[in-house]
Design a protein around this ligand. Structure first.
Ligand code: FES
Length: 228
């Protein structure tokens, strides 16, 4: 019997006369005990459920505030121009490499797509800073995938294609030397163009290079000497 059901009354409907309510049955101690246990169990379960919901949503809220407030690490936070770093001796189509650039806290991933295009990204998710993984088996070109909340980024552009991440992945600019080695040379911020990133990072320290790529206000050494 379902413990929440009332037990049958001792007599039939006519036993106490028409219109008279039957007297309350004497409680069965075993049923009473069972009912108490079920009631306290469901109370505990409800309390536990509320505690879990509060903890999880509280954790997410703290994480979001931490990202907004800059507590969680974002890729390439430093203002210093990075030093080029050799990240692979060679990267063949379909291969990927995990590395750190420009700092030791800056996880990054480089991928040679099947058509030979070389791409590099921050491997720090723009949602709550989980590690982003390269998944060659997903999508046409493969995907950058964050397992924490199913975030997905486009392999060619770093744009968000699914899940909660609010911004694209910052890029890590990779160049290939004549010997096939792959070097990380600069980073973009999320949504920043490659040119703007190069000008920001190299404008002061390497004015010649900044002038060659057309950074506003920069002049090559030749142009500068012509003016004097
Ligand atoms: Fe939430 Fe990556 S941390 S999707």
């Amino acid at each position: 019997m379902n413990p929440t059901e009332q037990p049958p009354t001792a007599g039939g409907p006519g036993e106490n006369g028409p219109g008279q309510a039957a007297p309350a049955p004497w409680p069965d101690p075993a049923q009473e005990a069972l009912r108490d246990r079920v009631a306290s169990d469901s109370l505990t379960t409800r309390r536990d459920y509320l505690r879990i919901v509060t903890t999880v949503s509280g954790g997410l809220a703290v994480g979001a505030v931490a990202v907004a407030g800059g507590v969680l690490h974002r890729h390439g936070d430093s203002e210093d121009a990075p030093k080029p770093k050799r990240v692979a001796d060679r990267l063949r189509p379909g291969e990927s490499i995990a590395f750190r650039f420009p700092g030791e806290d800056d996880r990054a991933v480089g991928v040679r797509l099947k058509d030979g295009t070389l791409v590099g990204y921050s491997a720090i998710c723009t949602h709550l800073a989980c590690a982003v993984l390269w998944r060659e088996d997903r999508g046409n070109d493969g995907e950058l995938y964050c397992p924490c909340h199913e975030g997905v980024f486009d392999a060619r552009t770093g744009e968000v294609t699914a899940g909660p991440p609010p911004r694209p992945l910052p890029k890590v600019l990779l160049v290939e030397e004549i010997d096939g080695s792959v070097w990380a040379v600069a980073t973009t911020r999320s949504g920043e163009s490659v040119k703007a990133a190069m000008c920001r990072q190299f404008g002061e320290q390497r004015p010649d290079m900044a002038a060659r790529i057309g950074c506003p206000g920069m002049r090559t050494r030749t142009e500068r000497s012509e003016r004097t």
